[in-house]
Design a protein around this ligand. Structure first.
Ligand code: ZN
Length: 293
């Protein structure tokens, strides 16, 4: 048995399952403070006989397995969690703990169990309350000096859009222009009340396509998976595909881009990609102690 946690800013999804991605026990716990949230998580796992835990955590989080800060949350806007250590939190259980970012484990879930099986180079993008990008290249999740934060690339503002962007660090980065809160701030109401307004989604697709063009040029992924609350608006997909090809302007020729319908796709696991990826992460830690992928 393996344990998995998808640690988000508003809720923690916790599960017990196996390495085939089967989930036997599952619940959601509100993310408030470590003092309130962690006892509920430990309670959930009690008696489940798990022998490793995989965690997909909101960042920034230290992923250097050799360092003493492995699993420690850095300078997050979620102030109660700054300095909290995922690996120390499970010390008492005496089992291996594997940690990666929420978006990296979602990418892993899709690679192992979902729509990107067998592919070596995949990016997973979530567009919701923020924008995060999980990067899986050459058969490994990418960490680098910390981990990629590709939701914060600067985007040029579209003509006629006078919203300056709401990222507290960069204003007009991808997240600052196109995440759910940016949509709400630009139009004064939430995306769900704007579904029939074509301008809203043309502009949204334009920003997403600008970002994808850059990811294609930098990461050269073989598939791009889009998830998160904003991407529940189905009509975005055809617009994003068309605009991405426009921005590429024929510069890169590859069979993947010629089959754009199967290149830019929704998540294949319908919301379970993160928790399943975390299960698989636990498995890799249990079997050989090495980093995933
Ligand atoms: Zn930013």
């Amino acid at each position: 048995m393996l344990g998995a946690i998808e640690a988000g800013g508003t809720k923690m999804v916790v599960a017990v399952g196996d390495e085939q991605g089967n989930i036997f026990k599952f619940t959601q716990i509100s993310t408030t403070t470590p003092k309130e949230t962690m006892p509920q998580i430990l309670d959930f796992f009690k008696g489940s006989d798990i022998n490793a835990i995989g965690i997909g955590a909101f960042g920034p989080v230290c992923l250097d397995e050799k360092g003493s800060d492995y699993g420690r949350i850095g300078s997050s806007p979620k102030l109660e969690w700054v300095g909290f250590s995922w690996s120390e939190a499970f010390d008492g259980m005496k089992i291996p703990v594997a940690i990666d970012t929420d978006v990296n484990v979602a990418a892993l879930g899709e690679v192992i169990y979902g729509c990107a099986q067998g592919l070596s180079d995949v990016i997973y993008i979530t567009i919701g309350t923020g924008v995060g990008v999980g990067v899986y290249l050459g058969g490994r999740l990418v960490h680098g000096m910390l981990h990629p934060e590709a939701g914060h690339i600067l985007l040029s503002r579209a003509k006629g859009d006078d919203f300056e962007g709401n990222c507290p660090y960069h204003k007009n980065c991808f997240e600052g222009l196109a995440a759910g809160p940016a949509i709400k701030m630009r139009y004064g109401k939430e995306a769900k009340y704007l579904l029939d307004d074509n301008y809203v989604w043309e502009l949204e697709a334009d920003y997403i396509a600008k970002a994808l063009m850059q990811y294609i040029c930098c990461y050269s992924p073989k598939k791009i998976i889009l998830g998160g609350g904003v991407m529940n608006v189905d009509k975005l997909f055809p617009m994003i595909r068309e605009k991405t090809l426009e921005y590429m302007n024929g510069y890169i020729r590859a069979k993947e881009l010629e089959d754009i319908e199967n290149y830019i796709v929704p998540a294949g696991l319908g919301g379970r990609q993160g928790i399943k990826g975390a299960l698989y992460l636990a498995k890799t830690k249990r079997t050989d102690g090495s980093r995933t992928g």
